[in-house]
Design a binder for this molecule. Structure first.
Ligand SMILES: [Fe+2]
Length: 164
């Protein structure tokens, strides 16, 4: 199959689409078990943004000719293997959850940085705009998560009983 830069843009968009579904699955699970009010609020806010990211990336893929059934397949590939699965049963889960969420936001940031650069090379300004808009929200989400490190440590220590 011949490879073009625009073809690579579409591949990165498909990866981003699947990645956002993975993120949504993980965030929705995390939201219920944070053990900290501020962290819960941050995660809830990013659940809303993540749904918007799915819409933005999906719309761009459709504009590039992806069919709704192919998009559905991409979303379905995520399955049950959510990042952070298993954390639910750990007593120090607020800290572990935060670490997974923080790492995942940076994974997303890297993915959109790559997408935006390839799109720029392809002259695909619509995709560059989508990547830029999402990147700003991913960065903001990562920063907000970092504000919860202290609270997550306290909540984790409390849950493990290691308070002194
Ligand atoms: Fe995100």
């Amino acid at each position: 199959m011949a490879s073009t830069i625009q073809g690579q843009v579409a591949r990165y968009l498909r990866d981003a689409y699947a990645m956002e579904h993975q993120s949504l699955t993980t965030l929705e699970a995390a939201e219920k078990i944070t053990g900290d009010v501020d962290l819960e609020q941050t995660i809830r806010g990013h659940v809303t943004e993540t749904k918007q990211h799915i819409t933005h990336v999906g719309t761009r893929l459709e504009q590039l000719g992806e069919t709704p059934s192919k998009l559905k397949n991409l979303a379905g590939k995520v399955g049950a293997v959510a990042l952070g699965a298993g954390i639910v049963v750990q007593r120090d889960r607020p800290g572990k959850l935060l670490a997974v969420a923080y790492a995942y936001e940076h994974f997303e940031i890297a993915a959109y940085e790559l997408l935006r650069r390839v799109a720029e090379k392809a002259g695909d300004t619509a995709t560059v705009e989508v990547a830029d808009r999402i990147l700003a929200q991913e960065r903001s989400a990562a920063e907000k998560l970092s504000w919860s490190f202290d609270a997550a440590v306290e909540a984790s220590l409390e849950k493990t009983g290691a308070t002194s």
